[in-house]
Design a protein around this ligand. Structure first.
Ligand code: AMP
Length: 384
C-alpha cells in the first residue's frame, strides 16, 4: 500500500457507477488521474468516464481483489456497498473514507445512535423491531411521526408518515423489515446541507477540514429538487451548520467528503437529518460555482493532497432533472441552453424513469432572485 500523497498519473478505484462517481471521475481525469470503477450494470454513468469498468455485483470478491490490484486508492460514491466487500479490500488497498464510516452511515439506526451518542442534535427517535414497539414509539413521540427503514433508505424510499388515525398494523406490515426507526416529524422552517472535505493528517499533526458554503434545499416527493447558494439564512446559522458538519467528519474520522443534511426548526435550532460520506446532490452547484468542486475536493482528500478553496464565485441555483421531464419526449435542450447562465449536466443514463435522477442544471446569476426567474423559464421549457 502506498504512503504519501497519491499523485496525478495514479489510478483511483471507485465503488459505484452512478452520477456522483461520474462527476468524480471527470474531476480526476481533469487532473491526469486514471479511474477504474465497479458497478453491476454495464455502461454506468461512471463507467463511461472510466478507463476500466468491472461489471460484477459488489459481493464478487475475487473480481474486487483484481480491481484492487490495479488501483492506488479506493473510494466510493454510494453507501449501499456491502461491508463484506470493504472488509475484503481493506488488507490490500487504501480505502478512503474508511470501512467504519460507511458501516455507520449506511444504516439509519447506527447513524442516529452515533449522532445521539456523540451529542450531535437530532430529532427525537426510537428504534423499533416489532408492531408493539412501533405502537410504543408512536405514543412516546406523538403524531405526526415517520417510520423509516434502517437499511438502504434514500430519497424517502421506505418511509411512512404516521398520523393519529393511521392503522399501525398496516404500517408495520408494509414496512416489511426487521428493524426501523421512528422519528418525530419536524415542522422545519428550512432544509439545508453542508459538504465538508477532510484530508489526511499532515506532518504538523493537523487534519485539514474545509467546509463548502451551505445550501438551502427544497424537496419534492422526498427527492431533492433545488439547492441554492449562498443559502439565504442568517450567517450565524450557516456557520453553526459548517461547524457541526466539520465536527461530525472529525468524530467519524472521515478522509474524503461528508455531506450533512439539516432541518432548521422554527426556533432556529439545527437538527441533523442524514449523513453521507461522499459527494452529495446538494453539492453539485460547486462543480460550476466554486473555486474547487466537491468532486475535486473528494479527489484531493482521498489522495492526501492539500484541500482546495471552496469559495463561492457566484450566486447559483441547482435544479435536478428527473426522468419525469422526458414524459413528453426529449426535452428541448437548445431552448434550455439559450437561457443566460445555465449549465447543463446529463449523466449518460439511457432510460428516463419516473423519479430517476437523469441530470441537473445550474443557473449562475448576479442574484438568487434573478436565478429563480431564469429557473421559471427553464421549468416552462421542460413542461413543468
Ligand atoms: P430522508 O430520506 O430521511 O432524508 O428524507 C427525505 C425528505 O423527507 C427530507 O429531506 C424531508 O424533506 C422529509 N423528512 C424526512 N424525515 C422527516 C421528519 N422527521 N420531519 C419532517 N420531514 C422529514
Amino acid at each position: 500500500m502506498k504512503t504519501g500523497p497519491i499523485l496525478p498519473g495514479s489510478t483511483i478505484g471507485c465503488l459505484g457507477g452512478g452520477q456522483l462517481g461520474r462527476m468524480f471521475a471527470l474531476a480526476a481525469r481533469k487532473m491526469g488521474y486514471r479511474v477504474h470503477t465497479v458497478d453491476p450494470t454495464p455502461d454506468s454513468p461512471t463507467g463511461q468516464i472510466s478507463d476500466r469498468e468491472y461489471n460484477v455485483p459488489f459481493t464478487e470478491i475475487p473480481t474486487l481483489l483484481k480491481f484492487a490490484e490495479g488501483v492506488d486508492v479506493v473510494t466510493y460514491e454510494f453507501e449501499n456497498i456491502p461491508v463484506e466487500a470493504l472488509d475484503a479490500l481493506v488488507p490490500y488497498v487504501t480505502l478512503r473514507p474508511g470501512r467504519d464510516v460507511l458501516y455507520t452511515t449506511q444504516n439509519r439506526r447506527r447513524e442516529k445512535e452515533f449522532l445521539q451518542g456523540n451529542n450531535f442534535p437530532v430529532a427525537p427517535f426510537r428504534v423499533v423491531t416489532s408492531e408493539t414497539e412501533l405502537r410504543e414509539a408512536v405514543s412516546a413521540l406523538g403524531c405526526p411521526c415517520v417510520l423509516k427503514t434502517a437499511d438502504f433508505g434514500y430519497d424517502g424510499k421506505g418511509q411512512q408518515k404516521i398520523a393519529y388515525e393511521t392503522d399501525l398494523a398496516e404500517v408495520w406490515r408494509r414496512h416489511g423489515a426487521a428493524a426501523g426507526v421512528v422519528e418525530a416529524w419536524v415542522p422545519f422552517a428550512a432544509e439545508l446541507s453542508v459538504v465538508v472535505g477532510r484530508g489526511v493528517k499532515g506532518a504538523d499533526d493537523e487534519t485539514p477540514v474545509v467546509a463548502f458554503p451551505p445550501t438551502l434545499n427544497e424537496h419534492e416527493n422526498h427527492i431533492l429538487a433545488t439547492s441554492v447558494a449562498p443559502a439565504p439564512l442568517a450567517a450565524s446559522i450557516l456557520a453553526r451548520a459548517q461547524t457541526i458538519a466539520s465536527e461530525i467528519a472529525a468524530r467519524l474520522d472521515v478522509t474524503g467528503l461528508l455531506a450533512v443534511e439539516f432541518f432548521l426548526t422554527r426556533r432556529g435550532d439545527l437538527l441533523v437529518n442524514e449523513l453521507a460520506p461522499r459527494p452529495h446532490n446538494s453539492g453539485h452547484y460547486s462543480f460550476d460555482a466554486c473555486v474547487t468542486s466537491q468532486f475535486e475536493q473528494q479527489l484531493r482528500a482521498v489522495c492526501g493532497l492539500p484541500l482546495g478553496d471552496t469559495r463561492l464565485l457566484s450566486p447559483v441555483l441547482m435544479h435536478n432533472l428527473l426522468g419525469d421531464v422526458w414524459e413528453k419526449g426529449t426535452p428541448d435542450w437548445p431552448a434550455l441552453l439559450a437561457l443566460p447562465g445555465l449549465r447543463l449536466h446529463l449523466y449518460g443514463k439511457s432510460e428516463p424513469r419516473r423519479g430517476r435522477k437523469m441530470g441537473h442544471y445550474c443557473i449562475l446569476s448576479s442574484s438568487l432572485d434573478q436565478a429563480w426567474e431564469i429557473d421559471e423559464q427553464a421549468q416552462k421549457i421542460l413542461g413543468r
